[in-house]
Design a protein around this ligand. Structure first.
Ligand code: FES
Length: 137
């Protein structure tokens, strides 16, 4: 199973459902993990939307081999482009390669053609953009 992440209940819009084709390109977005910049990704697998932190559990690096491309050639597993660890798309557990631990899951929901994500204690949205100093309000 993926590492459990406690959601705090407030859902945030992520993307339109139509953006996520079955086993297609991921929707990638910026988050803060423990207050530090990180990226996350959502894909559709067997009809369901799942999301994980884009950080391999072997070496803490991003895993996509092209931006937003996480699936292997057969589109059966999530593949880390760095050293080839594989993860089950449905629950993030490690299936093989040099990693051992599961991916960090992020709670998602789909409702009315919209995908939402659930921030947690550890994984938060970026703060709203601040106007540059000296810029007009
Ligand atoms: S960093 Fe992912 S397999 Fe090594």
């Amino acid at each position: 199973m993926a590492e459990s992440v406690e959601a705090d209940g407030q859902r945030l819009p992520l993307c339109a459902s139509a953006e996520l084709a079955e086993r297609g390109r991921a929707w990638v977005w910026d988050v803060l993990q423990y207050g530090r910049p990180a990226r996350a990704f959502a894909v559709r697998f067997d009809g369901a939307v799942v999301a994980y932190l884009n950080r391999c559990t072997h070496v803490p690096t991003e895993m996509d081999w092209q931006p937003g491309e996480f699936f292997d050639a057969e589109r059966q597993v999530i593949l880390c482009a760095m050293h080839g660890a594989t993860f089950a798309p449905g629950d993030g557990r490690c299936l093989g390669g040099p990693a051992r631990a599961p991916l960090t899951a992020i709670g998602v929901a789909e409702d009315g053609g919209q995908v939402y994500w659930y921030p947690s204690r550890d994984i938060r949205p970026l703060p709203p953009e601040q106007p540059a100093p000296g810029s007009a309000p």
